[in-house]
Design a protein. Sequence first.
Length: 389
Amino acid sequence: MNEIKPISPNGIAAPDVKVTEVEVIPLAVPFKWPIQNAGIKTAMDALPSTIVKIHTDAGVYGVGETQAWKRQGSAEDQTNQVRILKEYFAPLIIGKSPFEIAAIMTDLNKTLHHSYYCQAPISDALYDVCGRILGVPVYDLLGGKCRDTAPCSCTLILKKTNDETFENAKEHMERGFKHQSIKIGMTPDVDYENVKMLREHFGDEIEIRVDANASMNYEQAVQTLGRLEPFNLELVEQPVPIWDVDGLAALNASVSMPIIADESVSDDHDLLDVIKKRAATGFQTKISKNGGIYYIRKLFTLASAAGLSIYPGNHPTTSIGTAAILHLCAAWPEPIKPGNVATGINSSLADDIVVKSIKVENAEAYIPDGPGFGIELDDDKVEKYTIEL
């Protein structure tokens, strides 16, 4: 016999563990300053984060995170997310083994197709709890550790004046962030002056990215990128609307700077469309937008086969969502580009909800090594930021 059955603290063998509860916790974690995407009129003072805890009869639980993020094309609402997680998804998970990740995720998508923001915390909480039961990091469940850190970019917050925006960029440069993204799609003159300011102040030390959050039409994008072309941009992120993949492809063929997709890619079908039309040179994932580790791993594989650059990213998120993408990065053996993997804990959030935040130093996010995601919730902080819906 060569039978090994890892045992949980209460004596239950790993294959026999069952999910007993799906706990859903809506939070409002404060930002340091109001956050506003291009094309969205209302700024946010706090991150609408929803935490999912998947409890098991082994006395162990796993944690995942999502956000009701406001962006072009987004219909996410925290009240609806909580309702979907509690009323639709929890009954499909309770009583099953947390190791049945593929079957569970398939059931969720069949129940509510394309509900990736709600599926993401389930995916990640399942990986976390399985790692904790087995006593191994999530990256070991995904094939093993290939790197200790993930390279980070940062996103600049547009302030009231150019001087304030410059100070934000300078502070990030001093912390080692050479890859900086600034929002465009405000007005052509504002976009031009902001990018010009960065290039003139920092010269070739900075890699300037621009992100329109899908807020411009094709004509606006052509005009804006034409004006910005002399500034040697590292890349342009999602200049045109989600549905205009043909416009994205036309821009990719006509401008010298690389175009990457973000909002246009929710799932593998979207990414296939981008690949077939050669609409981008790369794409950026978000742990919530793309449905968590289970689905993003597929996107990485598909993009790699097509020769697209991979930019792992996140909406502003706590260390929970940050840990999820970091463990996927850890297990990915091929190159990854600097992405917004830690944009919440690195710059925009005023607080975190874990005992020890993920370390970010010199624009590198360090991958936790403990069981599961290797981080622990701070129950006092979770209680402090829990909201009634």
